[in-house]
Design a binder for this molecule. Structure first.
Ligand code: HEC
Length: 169
């Protein structure tokens, strides 16, 4: 039977997108919920994988196989990125304390898409380098500072343009 990838992808997207919410409430998800889920995605999912890369780049901790696995996970996660940025769920529409997402994400959507694509392309490159056992090139790409804003895999390029400074109480 050909239920097909599309249906499966839809189910996966729904599950990934709404977490524990019943499907009926999909469109009722508030901007606050979107922002919270986006921050969790950035902090837990992306940064979680980044930590593996950072440890390797900075201290030589772990293995090329682990780098390859985390980089491949980032390639997959990059596909979920656009879904975390529904229109106008950033500053200007929500308090600066709640989100650091800048309005340029939507007013300059082509650039934002480029930054997303760049992230997907560079993390895929890292997979290839790690798989080939090219340690020097891997470390060069990851960087040795531990900072995700200085790596060449594309986190920083996007943050510089599209993420504003944190505001505290
Ligand atoms: C295409 C753009 C883009 C890419 C690529 C990207 N980010 Fe982000 N990131 C953002 C934006 C925009 C925000 C602000 C989200 C908000 O506050 O609503 C953010 C926020 C964050 C935060 C802060 C979450 C918090 O606690 O408020 C972390 C941590 C983070 N990103 C890590 C990463 C890492 C690590 C990578 C790369 C592996 C990465 N990001 C790649 C756009 C991006």
């Amino acid at each position: 039977m050909r239920v097909g990838r599309n249906f499966r992808n839809l189910v996966v997207a729904l599950v990934a997108g709404v977490g524990a919410l019943p499907v009926g409430q999909l469109y009722a998800a508030s901007g606050e919920d979107v922002i919270k889920s986006r921050v969790t995605y950035m902090r837990d999912e992306l940064q979680g994988q980044w930590k593996v890369l950072a440890a390797f780049g900075k201290a030589g901790t772990g293995s090329l196989a682990e780098v390859e696995k985390s980089a491949a996970t980032l390639v997959e996660l990059s596909k979920k990125l656009p879904g975390h940025f529904p229109k106008d769920t950033g500053r200007g529409n929500f308090p600066d304390k709640l989100t650091t997402a800048l309005p340029a994400i939507w007013t300059d959507a082509a650039e934002f898409q480029k930054a997303t694509q760049n992230f997907a392309t560079e993390t895929a490159k890292l997979v290839t380098l790690a798989k080939a056992g090219n340690k020097d090139a891997v470390v060069d790409m990851i960087g040795n500072t531990g900072s995700y804003n200085r790596t060449k895999i594309g986190c920083g390029e996007c943050h510089q343009k599209f993420r504003g400074p944190t505001v505290r109480d």
